[in-house]
Design a protein around this ligand. Structure first.
Ligand code: NAI
Length: 306
């Protein structure tokens, strides 16, 4: 069964080139009407031009699809509101949001300034918050929404020189985890893409042969799946070079320590048990952690919980 988006309206941010361009073209090819957003600046976020977004719209139209260009800076909420208004005026709904826009200001934590840190947070984290906020009530009213945030292995696992980027990219996972809960009864699903692709962002960082394998086209199917009607929810899907994997945050079962051992020394003495991977699992709400901890204490102390 083929996955299509006929009648659906999608916004893809940062779609003037790289991964976003590829996502936008593929969504349009499968029937979505697409807002091709792009500020059009340099890799470090300086400058602006809507030429790239317009060129992608022309490409989509030439292939028989429907799209409009938008030059909003995702870090500016008023511009983002204007973008969503543009989509609503033209097509009357927004079903899909792919938060993809991004920049880099790589520097070691020692050398990097706070201005760069703030800018990277503003574009990746606040950009995702802004776009999601601007479509959220529309999706609630429609009882339909599919949102993708773009995370990164740099946030999930770390990467030298990318503390600002990594912090922002992990921030969108925190956003996703709560929005999944708040959106559940409105049929809004939120997932994360962890891509690895040969684009201007990674040019010069990857060996040539790897760069050639890591085309954006090998990543886009992951986004298409994450914004489909039968999409999963709260999933971090890694994709690159045609390989796909799921990343999870897990917590160990842990151990309750007797009162006299609730000390740093006690933790050190029980470290193997506390950190044992046996029984580790993914929690799906913060409160599950409290229930687990209190449950262990109550069991060990012989207290009956209501
Ligand atoms: P890219 O640099 O080719 O494309 C990013 C696009 O976002 C550009 O067209 C740029 O003009 C646009 N943009 C930047 N700031 C913007 C703003 N404030 N408002 C609107 N548009 C803006 O980069 P690429 O590689 O396609 O990255 C896309 C996303 O995937 C980014 O979020 C990036 O962090 C993420 N990512 C990419 C990886 C890779 O291996 N290429 C790895 C992990 C994550």
């Amino acid at each position: 069964m083929s996955i299509r988006y006929d009648g659906k309206v999608a916004i893809v941010t940062g779609a003037g080139q790289g991964l976003g361009r590829c996502h936008a073209i593929a969504l349009a090819a499968r029937g979505a009407k697409v807002v091709v957003n792009d500020l059009g600046g340099a890799k470090d976020g300086t400058g602006a031009s809507s030429d790239a977004a317009r060129a992608v719209v022309a490409e989509i139209e030439a292939a028989g699809g429907e799209a409009i260009a938008n030059g909003a800076n995702v870090a500016q909420y008023t511009e983002v509101e204007g973008m969503v208004q543009q989509a609503m005026e033209k097509w009357g709904r927004v079903d899909i949001l792919v938060n993809n826009a991004g920049i880099l200001r790589d520097k070691s934590f020692t050398k990097g300034g706070l201005d760069d840190f703030q800018l990277v947070l503003d574009v990746h984290l606040m950009g995702t918050v802004n776009c999601t906020k601007a479509v959220w009530d529309i999706m609630r009213d429609q009882s339909y929404g599919r949102i993708v945030v773009t995370t990164s292995s740099s946030g999930l696992y770390g990467n030298f020189g990318q503390s600002n980027y990594g912090a922002a990219k992990m921030g969108v996972i925190g956003l996703m985890n709560t929005l999944v809960q708040e959106g559940a009864k409105y049929n809004i699903r939120v997932n994360a893409l962890a891509p690895t692709a040969g684009t201007r962002m990674t040019e010069g960082l990857l060996p040539e042969k790897a760069f050639e394998l890591l085309t954006p086209e090998t990543v886009t199917p992951a986004v298409l799946y994450l914004v489909s009607e039968d999409a999963p929810n709260r999933t971090i899907l890694a994709a690159g070079a045609g390989a796909f994997a799921v990343s999870r945050i897990v917590e160990t079962e842990g151990a309750w320590l007797p009162v006299e051992e609730q000390t740093p020394e006690g933790i050190a003495a029980h470290w193997d048990e506390i950190s044992s991977r046996e029984g580790e699992r993914e929690l799906t709400a913060g409160f599950e952690q409290s229930i687990k901890m209190v449950g262990k204490a109550a069991e060990n102390l012989g207290i009956k919980l209501d």
